[in-house]
Design a protein around this ligand. Structure first.
Ligand code: F3S
Length: 392
């Protein structure tokens, strides 16, 4: 891979060991995936922030990088961590909190913004055609497919290295030729709810491997529908981008694949592992983190009502959206529900809170919760989640 003189100096350790390690990570990846050079990025988004998913091993490395006084060269945001500032902090063991804070201190010292959200695109407008190094799969698919930005699916370490160097290898999704659809997916019946969009994503994620689909047959999807589709695609497989506008590209010569209505209904049934009927311990909405309009919608339904006894109801979002939605947050919390920032049900320890069954409108959460939360799942649209959580 070609390196500029400055990049070579970093590679050779002339600007310190920490930058050298980061440069070596990028060059290794670039060589592996056939990049000819590094390109500047507009922003980096790092995953692997939650102590629950990160574990002990990388904490020393993060602390060493932070002690070397390396700073991010571009806007760098962080994915959800394992705790929120108020509610869960009080309910989970102190030792977990301390280790989580160790991780956050290191990132903070390096200049990362304390965003703790999987929807960094709600915080700041992402420029079309900008090159990014993002590591949260749901955000990667959304950025490539809906926002028109260009990013590979980074791992936590490569996004961190890109943030410190301010560049990423010019390969994969950074090349126009690799962003063209290579399979035409005809959806026979357009999804009608967010869970059907999510189920479509899980189903396609499993069969498409890393192909880029042009999906035909969606009827006026909202941005939130596309967010559910992308999050599910990213969690069930290696798809990093989808096309969905009818006129977006030519379809001649593409391999064809049809999604029948039963593929969606069967996937929803598979994603609901709890025996029916079951009462959830937790109703969780906000995977990926809620937008302002999702918060507004929930507030308008729950206002003046109360959450049932013995049910937790979490609405997860970013600090940024919570701050902007103060009036709606007040209405939601008056019902007994919690508007939780910085984390989500999947990356915190719901099992330590005694939660055995999670009801959610997110196919991604339903996909992960049986393993990551040791919980049974009920996948249902928002209206049904609210009906279950609220007193008659
Ligand atoms: Fe975000 Fe947690 Fe879902 S990190 S995408 S809300 S699993």
């Amino acid at each position: 891979m070609y390196l500029t003189k400055e990049e070579e100096r970093i590679y050779n350790g002339e600007l310190g060991w920490a930058k050298q390690v980061c440069m070596k990570i990028l060059v290794k990846l670039g060589d592996l995936f056939g990049a000819e050079r590094l390109i500047p990025i507009g922003s980096a988004h790092v995953s692997g922030v939650s102590y629950k998913t990160l574990g002990e091993a990388p904490i020393d490395f993060l602390e060493a990088l932070a002690s070397a006084n390396e700073k991010t060269m571009v806007e760098a945001t962080l994915n959800p961590q394992s705790l929120d500032p108020e509610y869960l902090r009080k309910r989970l063991p102190k030792q977990l909190l301390e280790r989580q804070l160790d991780i956050l201190r290191s990132f903070e010292k390096m200049g990362f913004k304390q965003t703790y959200t999987c929807t960094p695109y709600y915080i700041r407008e992402t420029e079309k055609n900008s090159h990014l190094a993002w590591a949260e799969s749901s955000a990667v698919v959304y950025a490539n497919s809906v926002l028109g930005a260009w990013t590979n699916r980074e791992g936590g370490p490569s996004a961190l290295a890109a943030a410190i160097i301010g560049k990423t290898p010019d390969c994969g999704m950074h090349k126009a030729v690799n962003r063209k659809p290579n399979i035409l997916v005809q959806v026979e019946e357009a999804p009608k709810s967010e869970i059907e969009y999510g189920a479509l994503g899980i189903f396609l994620g499993k069969v498409l491997e890393d192909k880029i689909p042009l999906i035909k047959g969606l009827k006026n999807p909202t941005a939130e529908d596309l967010k559910q589709l992308g999050a599910a695609l990213g969690s069930a497989g290696m798809v990093n981008m989808f096309h969905y506008k009818e006129d977006e590209t030519k379809t001649e010569g593409l391999e064809k694949f049809t999604v029948e209505p039963k593929n969606i209904t069967e996937t929803i049934v598979e994603l609901s592992t709890a025996e029916s009927p079951s009462k959830p311990d937790l109703v969780f909405v906000g995977c990926p983190h809620c937008s302002l309009s999702e918060i507004r919608k929930i507030a308008n339904v729950v206002y003046g009502k109360k959450i049932r006894d013995n049910i937790d109801f979490w609405v997860c979002t970013s600090r940024h959206i919570k701050e902007r939605a103060k009036g709606y947050v007040h209405k939601i919390e008056a019902s007994g529900a919690k508007v939780i920032t910085d984390t989500c049900a999947v990356v915190t320890w719901t099992d330590k809170l005694g939660i055995k069954t999670i009801m959610t409108n997110s196919a991604k959460t339903a996909h992960y919760a049986p393993t990551l939360n040791k919980a049974n799942t009920i996948l249902a649209p928002l209206e049904e989640c609210l009906k279950t959580a609220l007193k008659e």
